[in-house]
Design a protein around this ligand. Sequence first.
Ligand code: HEM
Length: 743
Amino acid sequence: QSSVSYSDSGITWQGIFDPTYGVSYGFVLPPTTATGALAQEFVAEIVSPIANKWIGLSVNGQMAFDLLIVAWPNNGQIVYSTRYTTDYIQPTVYPGPIITTLQSSVNATSWKWIFRCQNCTTWSGGSLNTANPTVPAWVVGLIPVDTPSDPASNMAQHDGFGFWGQIWPLAHSNDYNSIISGGGSTPTTTSGAPASTSSAPVATATPYDYIVVGGGPGGLVTADRLSEALPNKKILLLERGGPSTAQTGGTDVPPWATGTNLTRFDIPGEFQAMFGSSGPTYWYCSDVTTFAGCVIGGGTSINGGLYWYPNTQDFSTARGWPASWTNYQSYAAKLQARLPSTDHPSPDGKLYLEQTFPVMQKLLGNLGYSNITLNDNVNFRDHVYGYSAYNFQKGKRWGPVATYFKTASARSNFKVVYNTVVASVARNGSTITGVQTNNPLIGPRGFIPLNKNGRVILSAGSFGTPRILFQSGIGPADQIALVQQSNVAASFLPPKSQFINLPVGMNVQDNPSINLMFTHPSIDAYDNWAPIWSSPRPADAAQYLKSQTGVFASSSPRVSFWSALGGPDNKTRWMQGTVRPGFDSVTTDYPYNASQVFSITLYLSTGVTSRGRVGLTSSALAAGALVNPWFTDPNDKAALLSGINNVISGVKQVPGLTLITPDNTTTVEDYVNNYVNLGSNHWVGSCSIGKVVDENTLVMGTKNLFVVDASIVPSLFTGNPQGPIMAMAEQAVTKILALAGGP
Ligand code: HEM
């Protein structure tokens, strides 16, 4: 999200409205000509629903070593202080900055604080540079501070935080002097509705024929095919995050590639720097409690790039697909023609960092596995292994962004808008009339209408799509009840008589997965990928910069394998294995050589019978798992355990190979029983076809609302899901276009 200009209390602010907690944050800077002390201050406002018990701002977006400002209402007044900390611990009062309240109000539904912050652009070890946009952060606490009357009060950790792009150069005001002297303000309205919705600049909205919500693999394929098939119709794609690869306007280039347009999203080898990142991770959705991609490309812009063509099982009636979906091959062929896979991602045709392959060849060969080209033999998924296949090309992340999104973007009937969160669809009974967004610049109060017979397609992902449905009055009563308790979201719900009760969020699956850690003297653990962002191996960095070849032309996984497993219930489940040099964390009693570690992730894939539930996890409408979907059926655990034991049984036959996690003081059974995070970030099923959407992907009970993303997939695919999801979207958009009654 990046800041916009809006006005409130007679002041023109540069700031944002955060729809999750319903808070506006705005700033005004002195004129650009200001010097001395005046150049070191700003005026800011926080307008918050009363449900938020305290709010914090971090001027430079970090918790530690940054100037923090906290505020909360108490007895009709705003209590505040500046804070500082060097760690993720209680920040203590920080003297130096001088805050003056210019205006404040507290009523039954909201509170507002407008304040001047002097000596606020430098602090211990840091400063704010307003010459360019920067990324500040907000935090929201839902638990009252310990002693609300005391500005120095302790508080518990915040319940939510988020970052935004603050365009400081647009925040200067020539009225600054009048603002700090109390002028430039009109009496406050304290009528409950958040200031941002009532004060957002009024924009005229362009109506669209198709509005696609979400630029992940489902949404990009859909938007491209719609804009291709309907040259005279207007197609709008709304992406809640910002750009990713350079092609999309991304500029997040690692320090070693400065001066190039090779962003962290373009360079496959930077994958582990996102997945393992300890700093701010703007590419993940801040309001989803598991990893979800919130940049253009969605998960495909931040994942390891493993790319499997779909197979017969993936779209079979046995896996819950309607019979009309089983003829999937022509759609898979369309996908493969646009986006072929590669198992030799370095454009020089050489394989790099491949030491795990010969080790796995011995291990799996002894266990009766055959070596095949995996994407040439999609239906052959028992006792097979091969080089991992990726969606990379030219040594760069490719995926739907470099293909479908690229062609869509070139069409005049297609428009993409970034940094725009869709909260809900507006509807009149079963007819959707438009979408409600947080972007006041694209429509009055963020509303975008549909043309006559227009359609909305939700592609916001397995968590995002259910949340939009809940906020549109579609889903189980308990979820809609949570929306009703949120004063902002509730105001957009249709009347109760129009609620549609569907099992949104139920029926969810994600691969249960277990990591095993090994050492072998031939392995190069690649320093566990730790230096790849700031100080990569110089020769590898230089090679990649020169020709986009080498280690950085690939992400971390090297070998992939599958095997069919029997279960105590006589059902067949498939197990997938992914082999990577390096490790995430090792727990072992063994001494081991960290430079020789590699890991095997074993996931249970198609055939899994466990199911869970996703939904709203907080009163602030964050989304996440309500019931974890892993091993709810003990037969799944038994099956995966047998697969793990089988792999481990081969270890002693491979000279030099040592299993270090689990170690010899831990049984495999205990290791699996006590495993902390079984998740794989491959969530499917929350809007399952046949349960929430019909065989044309139309949301049941509506006339023009569709879902095309992983949420409609009724059971886990055989491999990592991006390939089958895009093939699914090819088929879905064909069915939507063929359906009568559209624009
Ligand atoms: C007892 C009080 C607090 C505790 C224990 C605490 C703890 C934490 C932790 C563990 C994180 C990392 C969360 C994650 O990565 O998911 C975090 C992030 C953050 N916190 Fe706090 N926090 C506290 C108070 C505050 C306050 C008062 C502010 C600001 C006014 C603040 C600002 C931030 C910001 C901006 C982030 C995100 C950026 C970053 O990771 O540095 N925190 N906090």
